[in-house]
Design a protein around this ligand. Structure first.
Ligand code: APR
Ligand code: ZN
Ligand code: ZN
Length: 361
């Protein structure tokens, strides 16, 4: 029986989002119906609304969520009704060329639900990142549900589904930071602060947070930055070198996605060090720098998609660390809001007032 529920959609490019009735089919083979309990507001949701990701309007927004499995379709064995799960957008296929090479975090054929959620008039919705979770119930591929300890509050657990995982994973999976490393993180929003947390978890000795907003630098300290740099006032490359014995950091994580800050990351790292780009640039951006520096400075220049995470491996591990008091994920939750407050949460996000607004359902 189709469920009629409330959901937040972006009907057309640039228009404010709206709460409307969404029709969610019962789960078919390989699918799961999930009662969403909490869903974070991510930049990507805003990018969808602004037409920056595609033109498949209307979009059902939200993708950083946790909830309880309500029903599963035929052939589903990994999760069952009643399970507390974090939704992921990397349900690996096991068969594509990346999976076959033993690198499933690069999977090129991740699974989503086959059936479509629609509006009352039958218009098919495009779920954000193949999830769509600003909605009372959503339909996903069963592999998009990762079971975790139900002791974790949903507003905290859901954050691992996107931005926080991206930052943590940039540090612990992509770089990867190891014990004793010096690490600089450029851009201390939710993603950058998660990278700081990841660097601390991995045993980094020096952790430098760089931002242009003093409030963000204060938060970065609370997440574990040992030093902070206001790059509006101080040349970050020079200062990173000063703080690392004149050499530069072993790992620099760029968590903004801009050419000028990428170059700060590039020149702020030690010779043969590692740069990780986790911030997402826009298509118009270009990088200009002497090619010789790319050769001469050696090391590794990496990108991190979704923190190179494997949900089945990483989510339960990270939620357990949270429950043990070793990963203060609640600090990312700036506020909890209702479903009809997503539009105002976008504005707060743009003004830099929040790390995460989380919708509670
Ligand atoms: N120099 C230093 N810091 C900057 C600069 C700059 N030129 N421009 C912006 N910042 C800081 C902002 O002050 C803010 O603290 O970068 C931070 C960006 O954080 P958020 O806007 O909160 O974004 P976040 O959710 O952390 O995502 C960062 O990662 O996943 C991607 O799409 C996401 O590209 C985005 C990036
Ligand atoms: Zn695959
Ligand atoms: Zn996201």
């Amino acid at each position: 029986m189709t469920s009629h529920v409330r959901g937040v959609i972006a009907r057309s490019k640039g228009e404010p989002v709206e709460v409307t009735t969404v029709l969610v089919p019962d789960p078919g083979p390989g699918e799961a119906l999930v009662a969403v309990q909490a869903c974070g507001v991510c930049h990507t949701d805003l990018h969808y609304r602004e037409g920056g990701i595609g033109d498949d309007f209307p979009y059902l927004l939200g993708h950083e969520a946790a909830g309880v499995v309500e029903a599963v379709g035929d052939g589903v064995t990994g999760v069952a009704p009643g399970d507390f799960v974090i939704l992921n957008w990397r349900a690996v296929c096991g068969e594509c060329r990346a999976c076959r090479r033993g690198r499933p975090w690069y999977c090129f054929a991740t699974h989503n639900a086959t059936q479509k959620m629609t509006l009352e008039d039958g218009t098919v919705l495009s779920p954000a990142l193949g999830i769509g979770a600003f909605v009372d119930k959503t339909l996903v591929a069963a592999g998009q549900c990762t079971k975790v300890d139900p002791a974790v509050p949903p507003e905290v657990a859901g954050l691992l589904g996107c931005g926080v995982m991206a930052g943590l994973g940039a540090a612990i999976n992509t770089a990867p930071v190891t014990r004793g490393d010096s690490v600089a993180v450029i851009g201390c929003g939710g993603v950058g602060d998660a990278a700081i947390l990841g660097a601390r978890l991995a045993g980094a000795r020096t952790i430098i947070g760089v931002d242009i907003d003093p409030r963000k630098l204060e938060w970065a300290r609370q997440f574990g930055a040992t030093h902070v740099i206001n790059s509006r006032e101080t040349d970050p490359v020079e200062r990173i070198r000063e703080l690392t014995g004149g050499n530069g950091a072993d790992v620099v994580i760029e968590a903004i996605g801009r050419p000028e800050t990428y170059l700060q990351a590039f020149y702020g790292r030690d010779l043969a060090g590692t740069v990780v780009l986790v911030g997402v640039p826009t298509p118009d951006m270009r990088l200009e720098a002497p090619l010789l520096d790319f050769f001469g400075r050696g090391g590794a220049l990496k990108s991190s998609w979704y923190g190179d995470c494997l949900p089945e491996r990483d989510f339960p591990m990270l939620t357990d660390l949270y429950l043990q008091g070793r990963l203060p994920l609640d600090k990312f939750v700036s506020e909890t809001i209702a479903l009809d407050q997503v539009e105002s949460a976008f504005a707060k996000m743009e003004r830099g007032e929040v790390l995460r607004s989380v919708v509670k359902l």
